[in-house]
Design a protein around this ligand. Structure first.
Ligand code: ZN
Length: 228
C-alpha cells in the first residue's frame, strides 16, 4: 500500500502532539515537585473556628456579621430553629458572607432528656425551618448543653460539633474576661464556643479575631477544621 501525502501529514501531526504532551507532562511533574518542596518549607498558618450558638439575634448578630465581613473572616452559626421566623434576612446574609449554618435544635432542648422520637422531631423541625430560609439543609449540629446520645448519631445522620475552648460568655457577659480566656487557650485546630446573642460576646469575638490574626491565625468554618 502506498502512503499518500495526507498520511505523512497526519503522522507528523501525531508525532508533534506526542512530543508536546511529553514536554508538558515533564514540566507539570517538575512544577508539582517544586510546589511540594515549597509547601514543606512554608508552614501552614494555625487555624481556629469561631462558633456562635443560640442566634440569630436581631441586633447583635447583624453587628457581628458586619464586623466579621470587615475582617474578611468566616465563622459557623448554630441557629435555634424558632429564632428563624422574622430573621430570614439575617440568615441569608450569613450564607451570602460564606459562613457555615448549623442546627441547634428548634427550641433549645436537652436532647438526652427527651425520647429519641421527640429529639429527632426537634432536629428535623429546625432543619426544615433553616431550609425554608436558605434553601439548604444543615449538615452539622451542635446539641444544646453538649447533650447527645449514640442512638441519635445513627438516627439523624448529622455531624455533631462540640468545642475545645469555652469562655462561658453566656454566664459572665464580660468582654475582657471572654477575650482573655480565649487568647490564653486558643491553639491550632481549636473550635471556640461563643453566643451571638450578647453584646459582650460580639465585642469579644471581634477583638479575638484581631488579636489572633495578629498572631498569624487563620479563621475557618468548623467544616474546614473537621475535614482537615
Ligand atoms: Zn445553646
Amino acid at each position: 500500500m502506498k502512503i499518500g501525502k495526507l498520511e505523512y501529514i497526519l503522522l507528523a501531526v501525531a508525532v508533534i502532539v506526542f512530543l508536546i504532551s511529553c514536554i508538558v507532562t515533564e514540566r507539570s511533574a517538575r512544577i508539582a515537585v517544586i510546589l511540594g518542596v515549597v509547601e514543606e518549607i512554608i508552614p501552614e498558618s494555625p487555624k481556629v473556628a469561631l462558633t456562635f450558638d443560640d442566634g440569630p439575634h436581631e441586633l447583635y448578630t447583624p453587628k457581628l456579621l458586619e464586623g466579621l465581613k470587615e475582617r474578611d473572616v468566616t465563622a459557623t452559626f448554630f441557629i435555634i430553629g424558632k429564632n428563624v421566623d422574622g430573621s430570614e434576612e439575617i440568615i441569608k446574609s450569613m450564607q451570602d458572607d460564606g459562613h457555615l449554618i448549623g442546627n441547634h435544635t428548634f427550641s433549645h432542648v436537652q436532647l438526652s432528656k427527651i425520647s429519641d422520637d421527640a429529639a429527632c422531631a426537634e432536629i428535623w423541625k429546625a432543619n426544615t425551618t433553616i431550609f425554608d430560609a436558605i434553601g439548604k439543609i444543615p449538615v452539622y449540629i451542635r446539641p444544646p448543653f453538649g447533650s447527645w446520645t449514640e442512638e441519635l448519631t445513627s438516627a439523624v445522620e448529622m455531624q455533631v460539633v462540640m468545642w475545645d475552648v469555652d469562655p462561658m460568655d453566656w454566664k459572665y457577659q464580660n468582654a475582657d474576661r471572654i477575650v482573655n480566656h480565649v487568647l490564653s487557650k486558643a491553639a491550632d485546630g481549636d473550635i471556640i464556643l461563643l453566643h451571638d446573642v450578647y453584646p459582650a460576646s460580639v465585642e469579644a469575638a471581634l477583638r479575638i479575631v484581631d488579636e489572633l490574626k495578629e498572631r498569624g491565625f487563620e479563621f475557618v468554618t468548623v467544616e474546614e477544621i473537621l475535614l482537615d
